[in-house]
Design a protein around this ligand. Sequence first.
Ligand SMILES: [Zn+2]
Length: 134
Amino acid sequence: MMGTLSDRKYPMKPAATQPYRQTLERMREDLLERMSEQRDGKVSRAELAFEQFDHIQDDPGLINSQRDLAFAIDENEIAQLQAIDDALVRITQGVYGLCQKCGSALSDARLQAAPQAIRCAACQTTFENAHAAH
Ligand SMILES: [Zn+2]
């Protein structure tokens, strides 16, 4: 039996999202660990998480001053962290695994490759093509 889009029911049951939740939480831990290590362990993972999510959305100026003060924040890492957290929120909301562009179900293969994915493979390709011009 081939694993395709059609064999998954929506909304995904908690039992179905559980492996992805675990993967996402592990990815989040690893990412925070890496970010902490890059800063010579001077900032704990908890502090790092607190710092980013309490300040980043509402006060970009503060981020800049912290950057000058302490360390360069890797925007790519922050984007990854944000994507992981967003995916965890979608699991909680029961909308995990749906393409945010076209609303179709992401394949299990796609979710396994990228549990934080927000677009199906087709929409992701379109998105990347649209943003690859520079
Ligand atoms: Zn799509």
